[in-house]
Design a binder for this molecule. Structure first.
Ligand code: ATP
Ligand code: MG
Length: 336
């Protein structure tokens, strides 16, 4: 990311203790305008805790967070004006319609025109049901309404905690399209947490990998793709009748299925490999090099960490006291 652009979200060395245990350890990263940043990590790694701190729902023990240049700790109202978010299940009044719920939020912000409610309903694809009571909504519709509420005041930063929970495949695809549109068209910075690595693969420009309360790495999707080094896994579909023509030096690519050749090939060697096969009389229908995915990078990093950390306990080991507090209970559960 270019360093001359001011980040929308800057997280500087934050740490957090809850129930006497260190949940977050010195986390730092930035999210820039127009990018979708995926925050990924296993259950209990500290994603929701980080998000609650960004949204001002949980205090910061050490370090600082700023949104659009305003410090969440000392200039909360200004910082909050720049952010919209959904943590866990968005709270809505069931006996009111979607529109009435949005109207309540609009009243809270004060300066939102009526037309904006209709606009966000269209953005999230809820325009046909916006006047129905929320009690009649499916889970996916409630998620969409939550998103509409989060973007109502045109925040520069959108923070979403596991937003695809409970969505069907079409709902997940719609959400992906909506988020891409918001980030690309309106330049909104989107911060999205998930442990669904394949989903993040399709949407993120950059990712941060959290494990046991430690941010192991941040990297661009281009870096993820090239993380496998110079070797690609090449899969070729060929005419099985021509399988006997595979030259001896490439026989290692043969599989049990005579119509498929598969194996590691240096990236630079791919064109020559295809040429050599073709020249020998092998008829090739398709050739597909597989690129490294977020899952590959994530597993490599977390396995490496397990090996390196020896007996160090990750943050979500069984608790030794301290009752987990519910949402909004903030600091009561803190131990120092
Ligand atoms: N109020 C609390 N008091 C004590 N411990 C807490 C509290 N809230 C969270 N924790 C602990 O902090 C750790 C991180 O929790 P967090 O909810 O941030 O994880 P997560 O990455 O969002 O996980 P998931 O993928 O399951 O949503 C867990 O070990 C959890 O038990
Ligand atoms: Mg969580």
């Amino acid at each position: 990311m270019p360093t001359n652009i001011t980040p929308v979200l800057a997280v500087n060395g934050i740490s957090k203790k809850l129930g006497g245990r260190k949940i977050l350890k010195d986390i730092s990263f930035c999210v820039f305008p127009g990018e979708i940043f995926g925050f990924l990590g296993p259950n209990g790694s500290g994603k929701t805790t980080t998000i609650k701190m960004i949204l001002g729902l949980l205090g910061i023990d050490k370090g600082s967070i700023s949104i659009c240049g305003f410090d969440v700790g000392t200039e909360f109202e200004k910082a909050a004006a720049g952010v919209g978010g959904i943590v866990e299940n968005p709270e809505m009044y069931r006996y009111l319609s979607g529109r009435e719920n949005l109207q309540l939020y609009a009243n809270m912000y004060g300066n939102i025109p009526q037309s904006r409610i209709g606009e966000v309903a269209v953005t999230v694809g809820l325009e046909d049901r916006i006047d129905d009571k929320v009690a009649t909504y499916s889970l996916g519709m409630k998620q969409r309404l939550g998103l509409a509420q989060a973007i109502l005041h045109r925040p520069r930063l959108l923070v979403l905690d596991e937003p695809t929970n409970g969505l069907d495949p079409a709902g997940i695809r719609d959400l992906r399209d909506i988020l891409k549109r918001i980030s690309q068209k309106d330049g909104v910075a989107v911060f999205i947490s998930s442990h669904q690595l394949a989903e993040l693969d399709l949407i993120c420009d950059r990712i941060g990998i959290l494990d046991g309360g430690v941010l192991l790495k941040t990297m661009t999707i281009a870096e993820v793709r090239s993380a496998g080094g110079s070797e690609s896994v090449l899969t070729l579909v060929i005419d099985p009748a021509t399988a006997p023509m595979v030259p001896k030096f490439l026989e290692r690519l043969k599989t049990e299925d005579p119509s498929v050749l598969h194996g590691n090939v240096e990236h630079e060697e791919i064109p020559d490999t295809i040429y050599a096969l073709s020249d020998a009389g092998v008829r090739i229908y398709s050739a597909e090099p597989a690129k490294s995915s977020i899952e590959d990078v994530f597993l490599a990093l977390t396995e490496h960490r397990e090996a390196a950390s020896g007996d160090e306990k990750p943050a979500d080991q069984p608790e030794t006291g301290g009752t987990p507090a519910g949402p909004g209970s903030g600091e009561e559960a803190d131990g120092q």
